[in-house]
Design a protein around this ligand. Sequence first.
Ligand code: FES
Ligand code: FES
Length: 168
Amino acid sequence: MESSITLHVDGQWRTLTVDTRTTLLDALRERLGLTSPKKGCDHGQCGSCTVLLDGRRATTCLALAVAHDGARITTADGLAEGAEPHPVQRAFLDRDAFQCGYCTPGQICSAVGMLEEAKAGWPSHATRDLAGPAPDLDDAEIRERMSGNLCRCGAYVNIVAAIRQVAR
Ligand code: FES
Ligand code: FES
């Protein structure tokens, strides 16, 4: 069975017809030609397919495209303001947080999402004072909040440093 859906992706409305079993990741990559969200595990375990879905980070390999008709999606490609990189993208460059770069778009989207979550006062498993104000993003908080994103190259030290730079 097929269904017509419209997605707002990186600033543009896109309409496409998809098999109702199509994941959001396949719709973005295979149908719309966006290569920024990566297919790593295809099982929700690595985070390389992460985008911002209606402002919140989501693993697109676990989402059905038809369930998100009308959604607003930002991939790592859509974070920059014109030629100006997003502060998280700038920090990844400053801190040399790339290696092979396969996981990097998902890491960057996830970092943008988790910084907003922390700013809104959402606790994580590492938050000690649940009744306190917005949690201080120390390394333990950053690691916990980014734990859904795996990097096969072990670039975590620089990724944590890049996120810490923006969190300050
Ligand atoms: S490809 Fe989606 S979490 Fe790994
Ligand atoms: S930079 Fe290579 S998998 Fe993360």
